[in-house]
Design a binder for this molecule. Structure first.
Ligand SMILES: [Zn+2]
Length: 200
């Protein structure tokens, strides 16, 4: 696993350095992978897997209820027993904690963990989300939707067993069956966010 992490870390760094050039040269409408600050979660906080597009059907949007950097540090703590793949800070700074091929522990529902990519947003459900945070999370979600064939829309059919809806979509943690969490909450402007995701 270490070698894969190293490779991904290098790719993330290269992507950060070359982002503007890559976008200018691409010439297609495809969303590129945003540059990430790679902060590997402790391996005891997620399930190692080898997922691809047929297993990744959902994007789950969360709010940290604290800082982005604090969440990322917590995922590195062996006591946490929790992890999300990505965390976006209020200023748009983006962290990655585990590869999408692996199963994060963030949904509070096993089948949704198994079939999703989890994205945390730094901050609190009681506060507005800044534009830079919307934009970076949307950039990331656009890329993930294209990479894993996920519809760029908020899903309304959210069955008890995530595998029953093989189309999937983008949902809030508060939509996950059985979840007691309220994030991202009423301050998350879904129409604005989905518009941004579809701006590619
Ligand atoms: Zn959550």
């Amino acid at each position: 696993m270490q070698s894969r992490r190293d490779v991904l870390k290098k790719l993330g760094a290269a992507s950060t350095a070359g982002l503007a050039g890559t976008a200018a040269l691409s010439g297609s409408a495809a969303a590129g992978m945003p540059g990430v600050d790679w902060k590997p979660a402790d391996s005891s906080n997620y399930t190692s897997a080898d997922r691809g597009a047929s297993e990744i059907n959902w994007i789950i949007i969360h709010t940290v209820q604290g800082s982005a950097s604090g969440a990322v540090s917590w995922f590195q703590n062996p006591d946490a027993d929790v992890s999300a793949h990505f965390t976006t800070a209020e200023d748009g700074y983006l962290y990655q904690s585990l590869s999408e091929v692996n199963i994060g522990w963030h949904a509070g529902n096993g089948s949704y963990n198994d079939t999703s990519v989890g994205i945390e947003n730094g901050g609190y459900v009681s506060e507005p989300y800044p534009d830079a945070q919307y934009q970076k999370t949307a950039d990331l979600v656009a890329y993930l939707c294209e990479q894993y064939n996920i519809p760029k829309e908020r899903a309304t059919w959210v069955p008890e067993n995530a595998w029953d809806n093989t189309t999937g979509g983008i949902i809030g943690h508060d939509q996950v069956p059985g979840s007691t969490h309220t994030d991202p909450g009423d301050n998350w402007d879904w129409n604005h966010f989905i518009d941004l995701v579809n701006s590619y």
